[in-house]
Design a protein around this ligand. Sequence first.
Ligand code: GDP
Ligand code: MG
Ligand code: ZN
Length: 288
Amino acid sequence: MKALSGFYYVQDNEGEVYQCRARGVFRKNKQTPLVGDYVEFEAANKTDGTVTRLLSRKNALIRPPVSNVDQALIAVSVKEPDFSTVLLDRFLVLVEKHLIEPVILFTKMDLLEQDEKNQIAEYRKIYEAMGYVVKEFSTALNYHSESLAPLLVGKTTVIAGQSGVGKSSFLNQLNPELQIKTAEISNSLGRGKHTTRHVELVPILGGHVADTPGFSSLEFTDIDLEELPKLFVDFEMYSEACKFRGCMHMNEPKCRIKEAVDAGEIAKFRYDHYQQFYEEIKQRKPRY
Ligand SMILES: Nc1nc2c(ncn2[C@@H]2O[C@H](COP(=O)(O)OP(=O)(O)O)[C@@H](O)[C@H]2O)c(=O)[nH]1
Ligand SMILES: [Mg+2]
Ligand SMILES: [Zn+2]
């Protein structure tokens, strides 16, 4: 549940938490327990436990360092900061790359005027048509928090999103015991310096959420050009029909993706973002 100063906090099936050390053998094998791991442990009492075995992981994130992640909740504010599909698409690509299920959360819904609500509803439809789950939230109106419960129960969730969109406010509202600091001045203040910030899985609505924002680096450093089209889920059903195998949907003739964009079957802004990300990856300096 938590790793801090060489201690690992392990929760058993009854919900009791034990403070443990990791067995020396892990260090020899270069294995490090991660928050989110399933482990075997022995403990004579609550403060003197030993983790004896790590069970295999389904996945492991580096930022935040959490394993066995079931889903990523991508928080995008509809206002303050302005709603941004390019940012949302950037997060979606990064989450898809990690084979983690994305869930989209529109925050600060209370700030919208009626006509703006209609516009956001249009975007919501577009993302839902791609197969994504989209939920709305607002701290002001106690918005839909019930309908969020089934989404989180029994799952390990990381929350991602730009600074200031209301991630901490969301977590606090769903579990008032947390009292996470909101409206941090800047997330970059502690960067590069040694900080004692640790990761913890906190209980929210019967599930667990990592209290540290995920995917803070929005660069596509680990994404190769060839895999980019596959990370746009709305391209999938059309790309088989491109004339050329391995079509990158840029300048190739008889490209079904471009036809789908012209026909309005794929949202134009999605294709624009695809082109933008494509160029970004292409211009990336080669890694050695
Ligand atoms: N009007 C409104 N303001 C919100 C809402 N959620 C958060 N805020 C405000 O937005 C600012 C940033 O929120 P915070 O939770 O710290 O964002 P984080 O950086 O994503 O964790 C704070 O001033 C919050 O009070 C909301 O639903 N409605
Ligand atoms: Mg925060
Ligand atoms: Zn194509």
